[in-house]
Design a protein around this ligand. Structure first.
Ligand code: SF4
Length: 706
């Protein structure tokens, strides 16, 4: 067994083994941390039979004692950041916030959160924004990850929970269609749940690339980027034409099939083949595999979502699942694979621009009254909806936009689309405050950097991709000098004039308040207690405060969450990407993750084993595409688009479509994939079109006319 060691400060606490969860993705694999001497921590998977841990999980402890760790606040002094005391740093931040609010009003101060924050942090951050700052300008990076699936699920089912069934239900699946998901790299242990489907020849993967996940599929459908929606319509058309629709289910449990069929009727498989490049026979085969399986699932992820038509694209896949009678049935369904560690809980408790805790809408008078009562304020005090994530970042430092920004758990300089524009907007701020464990690219641009605890040094809860609430446990004392995010929010709130008890620093106390704030809402946590979690109960929300309520592992078995209990087909049609290739930029660029890195790479690029495995950006291209650009495998290339250019090393991959290049998005500086990505937003979810933009390929040294 491998031991991930970290060099901990000499005075770190060394205690008994602690059961907790991985700090990275939404699978939230269980792990046991045990002390291995005073300066190292041993990581063991708690459930090897469920796939154990991936390389990121095994090495997670290395960052605990990394020399890159921040242990003192930093304040900008001219062009450099200098160490400061907490008192000085928080005093300066509070004073500047007060000055900016006095001059320009509360919406001049914005807050940007993250999908990796615990439920308690996400909750208190939203409360801090609305109550301590009084600003409507709060959103988070989950807007970039899962908001399209959330909106599509709300539209279809009246409620959004990533997987509306337990993960283990997938173990019995004979067929699974993965649309825009690459779990073999993003969450490898997840594949253990697909063994039966793989063995049965029932795994279908929709991805423009032949990813490691696609390699395992019985059927790999590789549509041109931005044509997934057309492909979903083609498979639906095939299902209808070949008599595979479950008419009894459609009649009993849904509405809107006829309306949804009208645009789908025009997308017969041969026409879809011309648009997507996916053979008509393969579309029919996909419909047959799903329809003939005793247990079948359709699962979507970022590849389906990150489009300017992301909500409709996910809606098209849900339409297919509904036509086949899958959602809300034991042993079948539709689900979304959330990405970030708390991608699910992070979108439920109020750090989103349009939302209050419990997955309540901020424009709902009853929701405002309930939450205001819990918070001890008048409903009229709560601001209304604010800008969505990219719109917020894009407005920073403009005449009508915020002039101060507080960032928690995010690194938008690397992770936001059109990232050069975002960096410019951050530079235009009067005040940028970043709370982080390392000096991320966003922290480097800050006026104040606040060093905080990380995963193994704190208690809290997260909600995994199946809507199950998990306890994160403290295994080690944090290094001297750092504070928790909850302490930072408390300290700032008090300096801004709030009563100290309104912003607790104990995470269990915060959770108790969160339970009350969520009570009666769609994501009702009121029946979840830390004691129940400590006792090992597996609680999927909603868990109302009712004696003996065991939570809700499976949603929709009896009825969907719309008032009439029926699911809604969506009327969707294919329009294509916002920025199709043209003569000047003839290739599609798509972006994604690699096994060794997580999100902006701020953590994983600082873990030696992971950095050594994938130290820099690369661009995957078909050998013919590289040759046409005068490039060979290993050459330094520039991927040039309308908004900028990305430097990356060429990797020739014969399975790539010749019209596509792939860029991983974990790297900083000139290697940022998001220098070229398109911030075109979905009209409903406001999610940017990360997944497709138009580019050309050239040698890195060539001068480019921009
Ligand atoms: S799959 Fe996700 S949660 Fe599991 S070990 Fe890897 S990064 Fe961590």
């Amino acid at each position: 067994m491998r031991a991930a060691t970290s060099t901990r400060p000499a005075d770190a606490a060394v205690g008994a083994a602690v059961d907790t969860h991985c700090p990275y993705c939404a699978l939230q694999c269980g792990m046991t941390l045990s002390p291995a001497g005073r300066t190292s921590v041993r990581v063991r998977p708690r459930d090897p039979s469920a796939g154990g841990l991936c390389q990121k999980g095994w090495t997670a402890a290395a960052l605990l004692g990394s020399p890159a760790r921040l242990t003192t606040p930093l304040l900008r002094n001219g062009g450099t950041l200098r160490p400061a005391s907490w008192d000085e740093a928080l005093g300066l931040v509070a004073r500047r916030i007060k000055e900016i609010v006095a001059e320009r009003g509360p919406d001049a101060v914005a807050v940007f959160g993250g999908g990796g924050l615990t439920n308690e942090k996400a909750y208190l951050l939203g409360k801090f924004a609305r109550v301590a700052l009084g600003t409507s300008q709060v959103d988070y990076n989950g807007r970039f990850c899962m908001s399209s699936a959330a909106a599509a699920a709300h539209r279809a089912f009246g409620l959004d929970r990533g997987l509306p069934f337990p993960l283990a239900d997938l173990d019995g699946a004979d067929a699974v269609l993965l649309a825009g998901a690459n779990p073999a790299e993003t969450m490898p242990p997840f594949l253990s749940h697909l063994r039966r489907a793989m063995d049965a020849g029932g795994l279908i993967v929709v991805d423009p690339r032949r990813t490691p996940t696609a390699e395992r599929a019985a059927l790999h459908l590789a549509p041109a980027p931005g044509t997934d929606l057309a492909l979903a319509l083609g498979i639906l058309h095939a299902a209808v034409a070949d008599g595979r629709v479950d008419h009894a289910y459609v009649g009993d449990r849904t509405t809107g099939f006829e309306e949804a069929w009208r645009p789908a009727a025009a997308w017969w498989p041969e026409r879809v083949e011309r648009v997507t490049g996916v053979a008509a026979a393969d579309q029919r085969r996909a419909a047959a595999i799903l329809a003939e399986a005793a247990s079948a699932y359709v699962l979507t992820a970022r590849g389906a979502e990150q489009h300017a038509t992301g909500v409709d694209t996910v809606g098209a896949w849900i339409n297919l699942a509904l036509a086949l009678g899958l959602p809300g049935r034991l042993g079948s369904g539709w689900g979304c694979l959330t990405g970030q560690g708390n991608g699910q809980g992070g979108r439920e408790h109020g750090q989103k621009a349009d939302q209050l805790p419990g997955y309540r809408r901020i424009d709902d008078p009853a929701a405002r009254a309930h939450v205001a009562r819990v918070w001890g304020v008048e409903p009229s005090v709560l601001p209304g909806p604010g800008r969505s994530a990219f719109e917020l970042l894009d407005a920073l430092g403009t005449s009508g936009g915020p002039s101060a920004l507080l960032v928690f758990g995010s690194n938008p300089v690397v992770s936001a689309p059109h990232s050069a524009r975002v960096a410019d907007r951050l530079a235009a701020l009067d005040l940028l405050v970043v709370s982080d464990i390392v000096l991320s690219e966003t922290a480097r641009a800050a006026d104040a950097v606040l060093p905080i605890t990380q995963w193994a040094e704190e208690d809290g809860t997260l909600t995994n991709l199946e809507g199950r609430v998990l306890l994160r446990r403290r295994a080690l004392a944090p290094p001297p000098g750092v504070r928790t995010d909850l302490e930072v929010l408390h300290d700032l709130a008090v300096r801004l004039g709030q009563p100290p008890e309104r912003f607790p620093t104990d995470p269990e106390t915060v959770f108790t308040e969160l339970r009350a704030a969520s009570e009666g809402g769609p994501a009702d946590y009121s029946g979840v207690t830390w004691d129940r979690l400590r006792a090992g109960e597996r609680l999927h929300w909603p868990v109302p405060r009712q004696p003996g309520h065991q939570g809700t592992p499976r949603l929709f078995l009896d009825r969907f969450a719309h008032p009439d209990g029926r699911a809604r087909f969506a009327v969707v049609d294919h329009t294509g990407p916002a920025e199709p290739p043209d003569e000047e930029f003839p290739l599609y660029a798509i972006t994604g993750r690699v096994l060794q890195h997580y999100q902006s790479g701020a953590q994983t690029r600082r873990v030696e084993e992971l950095r050594a495995a994938v130290p820099e950006a690369y661009v995957e291209v078909h050998p013919d595409t590289a040759r046409r650009a005068g490039l060979r495998d290993g050459a330094a290339a520039a991927v040039v688009g309308r908004r900028g250019r990305v430097l990356a090393t060429v990797r020739c991959v014969p399975s790539m479509r010749p019209d596509v290049v792939f860029l991983p998005f974990h790297f900083p500086g000139a290697q940022r994939a998001n220098l070229v990505t398109n911030p075109a937003l979905d009209p409903v979810s406001r999610m940017p079109e990360f997944k497709v933009c138009a580019v050309r390929l050239s040698a890195a040294g060539e001068r480019e006319a921009q």
